[in-house]
Design a protein around this ligand. Sequence first.
Ligand code: ARG
Length: 467
Amino acid sequence: MKMWGGRFRQATNPDFQRWQSSFEFDRRLLSHELAASVAHARALKNAGILSSEELGAILAGLEQIADKAASSSAFLEDEEAEDVHHFVQKQLALLIGEVAYKLHSGRSRNEQIAIDLRLYIRTGIDQLQNDLAAWLDVLLECATQAQNAVMPAYTHLQRAEPVLVAHYLLAYVEMFLRDSGRLADCRARLNLCPLGSGAVAGATIPLDRRAMATALGFSGPTANSIDATSDRDFVIELVNALALIALHLSRWAEEMILFSSEEFGFVRLPEVYSTGSSAMPQKKNPDLLELTRGKVARVIAAANSLMIVTKGLPLAYNKDLQETQEPLFDAIATIAGLLPLASAWMKTAEFNYGRMRETADSGFMNAWAAATYLVHRGVPSALAHEQIGIAVQLCLEKGCGLDGLSLEQLRLLNPVFDTDFYACLQIDSVLAIHDVAGGTAPDRVRQAIVQARQRIAALREESHANA
Ligand code: ARG
């Protein structure tokens, strides 16, 4: 039996029927549909619509549906079901007879899909928070292991200044901590229960909305039935947060691809996560990283798609909203697939600290430190910059580093240069002068690692408390 057949004299065109059905993808909402139906059934009983026996039959039927779905995937092959809501009604009727049709009293699929999506996203966020925490642990572990290893930091992809490898890795920790914060914000904002909103104007039966919200772990009921049945902000918010995660992963992947090239030689590609070439026998290709970089496209596309679907939609529910489901599912599945693989890759990859240090030791990356030497001796910074620039030019002509200039040559540029200048050019001194919170001086980085560890632990605690 259809959920809406009564007023129609003609049968639905079968091609249209198949085409408009969402069961093929919304079946993944089944467990949430069942949980929401349990809460609704109890509210119907309290409102006097269901007797205790009827409630018992409905609850037992819903449980049986869950069991059947868990034990056989064939159970979910149903060409006739229009969507997950119709499927449950149909199966319930097969199991318990006509009383099944009482479950739909006072409710509409418009609120059902709204609650199913909120529950689905809530579960998805809790899972993603675990994956993110594990990824952050790996990044932090790599930072800890790197100890005092040094590498060049780049701006404009040109060598800029030496930094600790740990400092570089902590930059990614910051990005993914922000991502985790965005997921937590999104979860808190969506955690309101639309049950009792009906089709658009509110349920036609006085249901205890607060009780339903509490039973399903929401912080309360949504405030407006028109909004609750048409709102997909929470989907858009989540998928945009996922797009940022994807974007961060793609920046990481791009750097690892660059760093693993012969030209950089900073990272050795793990064989277990690389592939070969069918033509060139010598090749080891970073496919995991390339696909990571590539998959960001579909998550950004999902975020765009959601906004295009909802832009300009009149209030309240419109069937267009069904089109918000697949981009959401795909975006969550994509990120859930990426994070554990990124973690595994990072655990297995080896950094070539020797090569990194060699690179950090050349290319005038101590030039700013050299100018700072002059600033500490009272030279105005713009003039110091100019004078070290001339010194660099001189070195380029002579084919040496700044430490290859004699004191006489330096004093021609500025008489304040002294023998202690050469010490300030050493990598360790260059690192040490970046002695500010958030800078790369080794003590600062050690503190930053400790703080990052605490922040990750707090995040983990918060998401466990939610879940
Ligand atoms: N499958 C629909 C969706 O995803 C469920 C809601 C249908 N509501 C309706 N009034 N036809 O949006």
